[in-house]
Design a protein around this ligand. Structure first.
Ligand SMILES: *Cc1c(COP(=O)(O)O)cnc(C)c1O
Length: 331
C-alpha cells in the first residue's frame, strides 16, 4: 500500500529511533529535561521568538497559543476552513470560552478587506470584541496553500494598528519555508504566538510547540499542566524532533515535487500545488477513494466531492510514480 492519506502517517526512521533511545532525559514538569529544553530553545530561535513550549499535539499548541491572546467572551477571526475552526472539535470554545467568526477564501488566504468588514472593536457591553486574528500557513484544507509574505506583513500591520494579536497556525510552516525560501524568522515575525508541528512532514511520532514571548510561554506552561499536558521524561520525544529538524526539513522539497507529479496524474494543475497536499475535486470522491484503495493507493475523501493526497517522508520517488500511474488510470 502507498499511503497518501496524511503526512501524520510516517513512522520514525531507524536513525530517529536511535536518537530517541539515547536521549538525555529528566522530569520536564520539574523543568529538568535537557533534551526538551534544547528543542524549545532551538525552535524559539529558529522562529525569532523568546521562548517555546513543547506540547503533545498541535491542537493543544493552538489552544494554548490562541488563549494567550483571546479571553473568555472575546473572539478570534479566522478563515472558515482553518484547522482551529474545523478540526479541533470546538476545543477553543470548550476550554477557553471564546467565539470565532470567519471569512471564506477557497485558498485559505489572508483577505484583509473581509477581515476589516468583520472586525469588531471593543464597544463595551454590546458586541463580542475581536481580540486576535488567526491564519494558517500552509493552509491544510486549502490544499497546502502558502500565504504570501507580503499579505502576512500587511496583516501584521493591520492587527498592530487595530490593537489585536496575531496567531499563526504553522503546523506546516516548514513546508512554506522550503517552498518559498522565506527564512523561518520572517514568518515568526508576523506572529505574537505561533504553533508548529513536528509530527507532520518532519516525520516525528509526536510533538508540537508554541512559540511566543517569555511571558506568554510561562503562562502557556501553566495552562498546559492545567489541561493535563505536563509530561515527564519526554526528552525521548523531543529527541525525535531535534533529529527531524536536523535531517527532515530540506527534504520537504522532494515531497513538494512528488505532490506536483500526483496532481498532474489526477488532472490538477501542478502550478496550483504549493507544497505537499493535493486536493482533487471529483463528484465521485468516495468511489474514487475505494477504487484507488483496491489498486494499492490510499487517499482520503475530505468531503463528498474532494479527495486529498498528501506526500511525506514514507513516500519515495518510486512510490509517487507508481501511485501517479494508478491515479492517472482511475482519473
Ligand atoms: C495537524 C494540524 C494541527 C494539529 O493537529 P494535531 O493532530 O492535534 O497534532 C494543527 N493545525 C493544522 C493546520 C494541522 O494540519
Amino acid at each position: 500500500m502507498i499511503d497518501l492519506r496524511s503526512d501524520t502517517l510516517t513512522r520514525p526512521t531507524d536513525a530517529m529511533r536511535h536518537a530517541m533511545v539515547h536521549a538525555e532525559v529528566g522530569d520536564d514538569v520539574y523543568g529538568e529535561d535537557p533534551t526538551v529544553a534544547r528543542l524549545e530553545e532551538r525552535v524559539a530561535g529558529l522562529l525569532g521568538h523568546e521562548a517555546a513550549l513543547f506540547t503533545p499535539t498541535g491542537s493543544m499548541a493552538n489552544v494554548l497559543a490562541v488563549r494567550s491572546l483571546v479571553g473568555p467572551g472575546q473572539e478570534v477571526l479566522c478563515e472558515a476552513s482553518a484547522h482551529i475552526a474545523r478540526a479541533e472539535l470546538g476545543a477553543h470554545g470548550a476550554y477557553t470560552g471564546l467565539t470565532m467568526r470567519t471569512w471564506i477564501d477557497p485558498r485559505g488566504q489572508v483577505d484583509l478587506d473581509a477581515i476589516r468588514t468583520i472586525f469588531a472593536p471593543d464597544m463595551g457591553p454590546f458586541f463580542v470584541p475581536t481580540a486576535a486574528i488567526s491564519v494558517e500557513n500552509t493552509h491544510n484544507f486549502a490544499g497546502g496553500a502558502v500565504l504570501p509574505l507580503q499579505d502576512l506583513r500587511d496583516l501584521r500591520e493591520y492587527a498592530t494598528a487595530a490593537g489585536v494579536g496575531v496567531h499563526v497556525d504553522g503546523a506546516r510552516i516548514w513546508n512554506a519555508h522550503v517552498a518559498t525560501g522565506t527564512p523561518l524568522a520572517e514568518y515568526g515575525a508576523i506572529a505574537d504566538v505561533m504553533s508548529v508541528c513536528l509530527s507532520k512532514g518532519l516525520g516525528a511520532p509526536v510533538g508540537s510547540l508554541v512559540v511566543g514571548s517569555s511571558d506568554a510561554i510561562a503562562e502557556a506552561r501553566v495552562w498546559r499542566k492545567r489541561m493535563g499536558g505536563g509530561m515527564r521524561q519526554v526528552g525521548i520525544l523531543a529527541a525525535a524532533g531535534l533529529h527531524a529538524l536536523d535531517h527532515h526539513v530540506e527534504r520537504l522539497a522532494d515531497d513538494h515535487e512528488h505532490a506536483r507529479l500526483l496532481a498532474e496524474a489526477c488532472g490538477v494543475d501542478p502550478a496550483g500545488v504549493d507544497t505537499n497536499i493535493v486536493v482533487v475535486r471529483r463528484a465521485d470522491a468516495p468511489d474514487f477513494v475505494a477504487a484507488a484503495r483496491s489498486e494499492g493507493v490510499l487517499v482520503s475523501a475530505v468531503g463528498p466531492t474532494a479527495v486529498r493526497l498528501v506526500t511525506h517522508l514514507d513516500v519515495s520517488r518510486e512510490d509517487a510514480e507508481r501511485a501517479a500511474a494508478v491515479l492517472a488510470r482511475l482519473a
